[in-house]
Structure formats: structure tokens, C-alpha cells
Write a protein that binds this ligand. Structure first.
Ligand code: SF4
Length: 80
């Protein structure tokens, strides 16, 4: 992959589509990378990235697992 960069000896891959909206991305030379994890596509090989700031996994009363987008306003409220 041509867009792989090496940071402190660790190969970092560009973010995947599902990372869009996450606060942990950073841009270098027009390509976005994750500041928390070098292999974003692997984070999303499970249901949801556990570092994501824009999505989270929720289990409802029936035991069904849902992926819920986190609203920026909700995040701000939590930080209060
Ligand atoms: S924390 Fe997860 S969702 Fe956010 S950019 Fe990194 S890999 Fe993507």
C-alpha cells in the first residue's frame, strides 16, 4: 500500500470509510490516519472500533447489538 507511513517505527495505514467523523484522525500529505491505532481497518473488522469517538456499540434490552452514532452535542454534554 503506497499510503502507509511509518511513525516511530510503526507502520500506519490510512483510515477507512467508517472512521470518517472520528476525532482521532489526523491528516498528513492529504491522507488521513488514526492517532490512536495504526491499522484502522483492523479495528473495524469487529463490529465497531472501540476507540471511535463518533460511534459506539450499544446492547438493547432484548440483547440486540446496535451501532449508534454519537452526536457531537452529546459528547460535549458528557464532558461537562
Ligand atoms: S479511533 Fe477508530 S474510528 Fe477513530 S480514526 Fe482510529 S480507527 Fe478510526
Amino acid at each position: 500500500m503506497s499510503q502507509v507511513i511509518t511513525v516511530n517505527g510503526v507502520e500506519c495505514h490510512p483510515i477507512v470509510e467508517k472512521c470518517e467523523g472520528c476525532d482521532r484522525t489526523m491528516e498528513q500529505d492529504g491522507v488521513k490516519y488514526c492517532r490512536s491505532y495504526p491499522l484502522p481497518e483492523r479495528k473495524w473488522s469487529q463490529k465497531v472500533c472501540n476507540f471511535a469517538t463518533h460511534m459506539k456499540l450499544e446492547v438493547d434490552k432484548g440483547g440486540k447489538v446496535n451501532i449508534n452514532p454519537l452526536k457531537a452535542s452529546k459528547r460535549a454534554a458528557r464532558g461537562r
